[in-house]
Design a protein around this ligand. Sequence first.
Ligand SMILES: [Zn+2]
Length: 447
Amino acid sequence: VQEIDRLIEARWIIPIEPYGTVLEQHSIAVDRGRIVAILPREAALQRYSARTRDVLDHHVVTPGLVNLHTHAAMTLLRGCGDDLPLMQWLTTRIWPVEKALMGEDFVLAGSRLACGEMLRGGITCFNDMYFFPNATARAVQEYGMRACLGITVLEFPSAWAPDADAYLSRGLALRDDLVNEPLISFSLAPHAPYTVADPSFSRIATLAEQLQMPIHLHLHETQDEIREGVEHHGLRPIARMARLGLINPNLIAVHCVHLEPHELELFAHHGVTLAHCPSSNMKLGSGIAPIAEALKAGVSVGIGTDGAASNNRLDMLAEMRLAALLAKGSSGDATAFPAHRVLESATLTAARVLQLDDTIGSIVAGKSADLTAFDLSDHDLQPCFDVASHLVFVVGRESVSDVWIGGNSVVQKRQIVQDTARQAEAEGASALSLWQNRVKIQIGSLS
Ligand SMILES: [Zn+2]
């Protein structure tokens, strides 16, 4: 009998690899943060003696969900500029309020709020883009979460950096500082084609190749963006990015609501991953990304919530359900984006483009034990014939019961359990009314 740290015994396990697999009455053996084996419950009890046993008789366990696009700290701006189209929303609400309030404490307070929301929603890793990533890093550490933090680049000044060079150098310095943090990695995050100039894009493409980093970019979000791109550069933004060397497997192309068939082919050919954020696209009236067509063309598709200012929840299960429905509804093909493919998008596909698939994204021996358990015993979830379809179409984030990251229990019975996270949550709660008032005053001064 082998001594191990933990045995997670579940009614169902969806390991994501091999594709389409559902294991019944299996256990996940975890030791020193890693998955040691996945085997039938009986056999596990014979082979292992675990210091902790999690007996989950009515639950399905999946890899932790990976939110492929968010702006965590924007939770503080949740619902502060609704019913406005993207450019108006950005220029008359988001940017002025951010300009007035931006700072390390704003980002810390917002990121704490986001980490708690995401963890309780079964998200173990998120791909972020925002100012003061040092503050987001602190929240991530407090909550014991995993994150890929964007080294955001814009041409215009903010409280975080005066110009594109400074955004890059400050971000890269933070990356050096945190190089030994196992749960934190970095991407290069040029904000968008309309906020970043050609020389910065070229530099980012070179850096991404030299440092083997993902590039995290809003791209083809609206028709206006494309029209403006053609006016200023004589090219659609994707063609411009191709010329600047950004269309490659490092690229996480966020939104891509408007794509022509040749652009889908280009993405498929060069291994670009699309980060699909359906709620944000719907809410800002941007349109419906052609996901059924993208999958058919062989493009990798991950799923993101976007920030709470344009969603307004950081809820991956809601995005997964909407993504499946929109792909089917808009293509007229009910077989488009099947449940197992949606689950893979929300885990392994995202892990791959974040260059974390050696560590997370599927339940495989040797990977980190980043796992989410959903309790399916609730009355409103009965009966269940197909647990994968249940996760996409029936289960909501309130069914997330337990979450583990690196083998550590971070959520138990829907409660955040780690001391540092509870402390951060308490501090966050007491700072919240202050921030809410500040945002309110700013919005008042704008209208
Ligand atoms: Zn975004």
